[in-house]
Design a protein around this ligand. Structure first.
Ligand SMILES: Cc1cc2nc3c(=O)[nH]c(=O)nc-3n(C[C@H](O)[C@H](O)[C@H](O)COP(=O)(O)O)c2cc1C
Length: 246
């Protein structure tokens, strides 16, 4: 396949397949130990690199961690995370979330949080179990492959926009191969130790992490299916200088 290739499917199957890959991408938080060949990971990155970027800057750098390196990284982060004296003052690589949470974002944040904890039977006040569940982030939810994405610090917000397209392309290409993912901002707090362990130079900033593997479809956490607002809630169609509602 190349950038001028003809579609490999009929128009109907093509749209259904692309739509399927986008719609069935969900953040999966439990994985089977089934290994993912590194050639498969490379093939996914090889597709994702075709996403668009402002003046074709292609700002991504990807660190793929598996095996002992992944385990060591997970262990070091877990130790820090379980020790408030070491982790309390740590600052995220950048501000991913808003400083001030307002409606409707705070409501959606709460909903997804309580839905996930509710499925797992974790009560609102159970800080220890919430911490434990959050800590599974640092084991990449037991996925066999962890991805850590970085960007050159000299770049601007626009390049983060480009980066988002790359991340989504990685996740969609993974779906096409029967794989699942979970993008993870949780790693941002531990960007310094990640940089040390992986030899990432200071001019690169951590953008996020990602778990990649075959999802454990039978796990409770993976039964979470998040909702979306309908198109009518966020799109306005303008025509003849009149707003029309869909
Ligand atoms: C950049 C980014 C960072 C995220 N960070 C985390 C994370 O650290 N841990 C986690 O469990 N989910 C994380 N998520 C997943 C979101 O919670 C999830 O995308 C959202 O709830 C919608 O659910 P869905 O992905 O299943 O459609 C992240 C998503 C994005 C896009």
């Amino acid at each position: 396949m190349n950038r001028l290739s003809q579609p490999p499917l009929s128009p109907e199957l093509l749209s259904r397949t692309v739509d399927w890959a986008i719609t069935t991408r969900r953040s999966m938080r439990a994985y089977l130990p089934t290994p993912v060949p590194l050639e498969e990971v490379e093939a996914i990155l090889d597709i994702a690199r075709f996403c668009p970027t402002g003046v074709n800057m292609q700002p991504w750098r990807v660190h793929v961690v598996t095996g002992e390196v992944k385990d060591q990284l997970s262990q070091v982060i877990a130790q820090l995370d379980d020790d408030p004296a070491s982790s309390l003052g740590l600052e995220d690589a950048y501000e991913y979330y808003p400083r001030q949470w307002v409606t409707p974002y705070i409501d959606r944040k709460r909903q997804v949080g309580w839905e996930l904890y509710g499925l797992l039977g974790i009560d609102k006040g159970d800080k220890q179990r919430m911490h434990q569940q959050h800590g599974r982030n640092y084991r990449f939810f037991d996925a066999p492959v962890g991805l850590l994405f970085t960007i050159d610090r000299v770049l601007q917000k626009g390049s983060l926009l480009d980066y988002g397209m790359f991340l989504q392309s990685v996740m969609v290409a993974a779906r096409g191969r029967g794989l699942h993912t979970c993008p993870q901002a949780a790693f941002l707090k531990y960007h310094q130790v990640i940089a040390e362990l992986l030899g990432i130079p200071f001019d690169q900033m951590l953008v996020c992490g990602m778990s990649l593997g075959y999802a454990d479809e039978s796990s409770l956490e993976n039964s979470l299916v998040t909702d979306r607002e309908p198109v009518s809630a966020f799109a306005t169609f303008h025509h003849n200088n009149k707003e029309s509602v869909v």
